[in-house]
Design a protein around this ligand. Structure first.
Ligand code: AMP
Length: 396
């Protein structure tokens, strides 16, 4: 069964065509900078690799370019679009309605729309991807896979904020949690690797967005992002945890506009606010060249992660493994080293040589006497979506 995975963002569409159940990736790529006349179209199969810069004004045009390549008589990999039987969509916010992958119906689309206000940077674009795919692939089954779904298992003590109860009951103000597709994939891989279904694992997803999940016996029991993907760890441009009274001080005393404060906390804070660089590679290079602000930002970043490790080890009353994943987690030996230093009291001991090595697949980077395993596990959200979509349509 050929499943097309679509991850539709604000100015990009990432896609993969995956054969299930063999998990073979037959094609992958992305369209970036949609809306500009210098959009980038990438398309890769085992025979061709294309990267073009061209004008792509809308997501519709972007998806049409992808489909044109998929069915192209020379470069394509299907004879016609009807061969694609299932489209799996990443949808960031599923609210309290969606706790599992779901067949897309008009009701489901309406519900995703209702959640625009809770994930304004993501859900509108996910919805648009869904809507377009229904039009372009009318014969295919459309499946929505939600980033919040994995965290539906959070116990009330981790899910609720200590604010008046009616806000939870009537307005569903609570921790939803995000990056669930990645945390689910990576925690399942880790459990398989550890051969331990009863396990206490902390998954550390460090990419453009950053989050941590306490995974107890395979289920999410605590998570660092909350009502929206804003709090918790220090991210590329998001502050993570701050004292909320800073917002009132900025508005009421310093005269900031509320919209600007929101923008500042989401777009101009985190690593970029501290160093001028969003990309961790740039921050690391600057720190190596003696930039004190960049060095401090790396320390702050690692320190926040360490604090969450301590919190989640306490929440689970123990720890079998910590797992690093996503762009930074998989690639930055520097940040991993800073996070794992002076964590001996918890039995976390990093093998510095192993940490510097690059491996394909799951990589153990702890010392032989470490009581806690330290793993690097490459995430694969597309494969997780394909797996969940395949299971759902196979059960119909
Ligand atoms: P993701 O959202 O998982 O694609 O992660 C993207 C982020 O990973 C980038 O913004 C970089 O900050 C970071 N990244 C990618 N490669 C490296 C690397 N070799 N070293 C440090 N950070 C990296």
């Amino acid at each position: 069964m050929k499943i097309l995975i679509l991850n539709s963002g604000s100015s990009s569409i990432k896609y993969q065509l995956i054969n299930m159940p063999s998990k073979e990736v037959v094609c992958k790529g992305m369209v970036e900078r949609i809306g500009s006349n210098e959009a980038i179209l990438q398309y890769k199969t085992d025979k061709v690799s294309i990267e073009e810069t061209l004008e792509i004004k809308s997501h519709r045009q972007g998806l049409q370019h992808i489909v044109a390549l998929l069915v192209d008589s020379k470069k394509g990999i299907v004879d016609n679009a009807n061969e694609i039987q299932v489209i799996g969509h990443r949808v960031v916010h599923g609210g309290t309605t969606f706790s599992a992958p779901t067949m897309v119906t008009p009701f489901v689309k309406d519900k995703i729309k209702e959640l625009f206000a809770l994930a304004p940077l993501h859900n509108p674009h996910n919805w648009e991807g869904l809507d377009l795919a229904e039009e372009i692939f009318p014969q295919a089954k459309q499946v929505a896979v939600f980033d919040t779904a994995f965290h539906q298992t959070l116990p009330l003590k981790a899910k609720k904020y200590a604010i008046p109860n009616h806000l939870f009951e009537e307005h569903k103000i609570q921790v939803y949690g995000f990056h669930g597709i990645s945390h689910q994939y990576v925690s399942e891989k880790s459990i398989e690797h550890l051969k331990k279904s009863k396990s206490k694992i902390i998954c550390i997803h460090l990419g453009n967005g950053c989050s941590m999940t306490a995974v107890l016996d395979g289920v999410s029991v605590d998570h660092s992002l909350g009502f929206t993907p804003a709090n918790g760890l220090i991210m590329g441009s998001r502050s993570g945890d701050i004292d909320h009274s800073i917002i009132f001080y900025l508005v009421e005393t310093l005269g900031y506009d509320l919209k600007d404060v929101n923008r500042m906390l989401l777009k101009d804070s985190g690593m970029i606010g501290l160093t001028g660089f969003n990309d961790l590679r740039d921050v690391q290079a600057a720190a190596e060249n003696g930039d004190m602000a960049s060095n401090l930002a790396l320390e702050m970043n690692a320190y926040r992660i360490k604090k969450y490790i301590g919190a989640y080890a306490s929440a689970m009353n123990g720890l079998d493994a910590i797992v690093f994943t996503a762009g930074i987690g998989e690639n930055s030996s520097e940040l991993r080293k800073r996070v794992c230093s002076e964590m001996d009291f918890l039995g976390i001991r990093l093998d510095n040589l192993e940490n510097e090595k690059r491996e394909v697949g799951i990589h153990e980077i702890h010392t032989g006497d470490s009581l806690v395993k330290i793993l690097v596990v490459p995430t694969n959200e597309e494969l997780e979506i394909a797996k969940q979509a395949f299971q759902l349509v196979s059960a119909l």
